[in-house]
Write a protein of this length. Structure first.
Length: 96
């Protein structure tokens, strides 16, 4: 299958799984930065947020809200963090 014909959800699963290996938490900002750093990525920058929302809706990505303390500002911030649902059939096919 050509790179252009791939389902962008597959690329999203691989990206988030890779980010999970590097960090304890994967935020929307982390995903956006990773896509922006790879201009030849099969993930489109435009529509990325909608792709993530759809992936959460179909339970391909799991999300929860965490509270982070920002020392610089001495404030608390609530941030959505994401992880791959490794039991989802699409993720299982990509990550095994």
């Amino acid at each position: 299958m050509s790179r252009l014909a791939r389902d962008p959800r597959q690329a999203l699963v691989r990206l988030v799984a890779r980010l999970e290996l590097r960090s304890a938490f994967v935020t929307l900002t982390d995903i956006q930065r990773a896509v922006a750093c790879r201009p030849r990525s099969s993930l489109p920058v435009a529509g990325l947020d909608e792709l993530i929302v759809a992936s959460v809706a179909e339970q391909l990505l799991l999300t929860d809200r965490r509270t982070f303390f920002r020392r610089k500002d001495v404030t608390f911030e609530e941030v959505d963090v994401f992880r791959v649902n490794r039991r989802h059939p699409l993720a299982r096919g990509q990550l095994l």
